[in-house]
Design a binder for this molecule. Structure first.
Ligand SMILES: C[S@@+](CC[C@H](N)C(=O)[O-])C[C@H]1O[C@@H](n2cnc3c(N)ncnc32)[C@H](O)[C@@H]1O
Length: 368
């Protein structure tokens, strides 16, 4: 089944929602604010230069809300500077923001929360809103916008999600060549790492090709993905979530609560790339210049000292982004049991490895 038909972060604003459990994504986003501000400054050259900005894979919660407030504030700051230069004219650059995600995203919650933002209530002296907000449902692997219509593309923690589980993970009989695993792992055949890498290259290239038609010359893309450190082995490196997820599923199989075949046909449709991989794919595709790239590392819930409590927070974070995948494959009934068990393995992981870390990679690209 294609991701775009069912995949979404957990809805609403409750305890298990993505809104309440996206602190890691928000912290990484904050680390890139100055890059974003500089990119925007470089795009506003005169008071006539309105901006069309798209947030791709916007989800819900703190990041899209923070992004819209931040963008309006930067535009206001820039407008004041421009007015000082030309005080005979009070025209200010206008801002249009498109929020994109798959149709199964909780757009209702997103737009309800957005409408409470003070910045979206602000109007200029003629009563015109400072920011026009639009919804743009669809997959960013397809075309989403008209030719040459965007000045800036922003994507935070979304592009590591592939368009699908790489089909070559399964043989002709639909049997997995990565038995007992749900992503690349130390026990996966080397072929598995290459298959995931190829799928990512194919998807990211398609993404760049689609955006190359939509972004104007000199326009920017600030892309931040879940990634991995540059020095790691792409054929074996995995994240702590995949380690504990695999242990949890294996334990449910041994208790007879999940059939082994069901586990063997479950694989995560995502890939953790290095910044060098992003740069190399962008160079090969050829439409964008790489201006900057970096790798960041954040500890998950470092402020919580109690290990058991931290394991619970980590599990809710994992649940918020993975539950739609779990429920659609294993059924909704197993979901709560699975995540209750996952807490124990998360706690065990914290004892073994001390830290639960997220690596993120960022590239700033400029359209040639
Ligand atoms: C981890 S969330 C990030 C949400 C938000 N940008 C943030 O930083 O909190 C990833 C988002 O990417 C979206 N996504 C995944 N694949 C997508 C695709 N092909 N097209 C559009 N959105 C996609 C998911 O639905 C999800 O909302």
């Amino acid at each position: 089944m294609e991701m775009k038909n069912y995949f979404h972060m957990n809805d609403g604003n409750g305890e298990l929602s993505y809104s309440q459990n996206s602190s890691v994504q928000a912290r990484v986003w904050l680390m890139n604010q100055s890059l974003l501000e500089n990119a925007i400054q470089s795009l506003i050259t005169s008071k006539d230069s309105g901006l069309n900005i798209a947030d791709l894979g916007c989800g819900v919660g703190n990041v899209p809300l923070g992004l819209v407030s931040f963008l309006v504030e930067i535009m206001q700051k820039k407008s004041k500077e421009l007015l000082k230069l030309d005080n005979n004219d009070d025209q200010v650059p206008q801002l249009q923001i498109y929020m994109n995600d798959l149709p199964s995203n909780d757009f209702n919650s997103l737009f309800k929360e957005m409408m409470n933002l003070d910045v979206l209530k602000k109007k200029d002296d003629d009563g015109v809103p400072l920011c026009f907000l639009m919804g743009a449902p669809g997959s960013y692997y397809d075309r989403l916008f008209p030719n040459k219509s965007l000045h800036l593309v922003h994507a935070n923690y979304s592009l590591h999600w592939l368009s699908k589980v790489p089909p070559r993970i399964y043989d002709d009989q639909r049997m997995s060549i990565n038995k007992g695993n749900i992503y690349i792992s130390e026990t996966s055949p080397a072929k598995v790492g290459r298959i995931y890498r190829d799928q990512f290259e194919q998807d990211f290239t398609l993404f760049l090709k689609s955006r190359s038609k939509e972004v104007i010359a000199n326009g920017c893309m600030l892309l931040t993905l879940r990634g991995r450190p540059s020095s790691t082995n792409p054929l074996t490196w995995t994240t702590f979530e995949f380690k504990i997820f695999t242990k949890t599923l294996a334990s449910l199989v041994s208790e007879g609560l999940i059939k082994e075949e069901k586990l063997d046909t479950f694989d995560f449709p995502c890939y953790c790339a290095t910044k060098e991989q992003l740069e190399s794919i962008a160079k090969k595709e050829g439409s964008f210049e790489v201006e900057t790239s970096k790798t960041m590392v954040v500890d998950v819930a470092p402020e919580i000292e109690d290990k058991w409590e931290r394991a619970q927070v980590i599990t809710k974070i994992i649940r918020a982004f993975s539950e739609s995948l779990v429920s659609s494959h294993f059924g909704e009934d197993i979901s709560t049991l699975l995540y209750d068990k996952l807490v124990h393995f998360a706690n065990q992981h914290l004892v073994d490895d001390q830290l639960a870390q997220n690596h993120a990679v960022t590239v700033l690209l400029r359209k040639k």
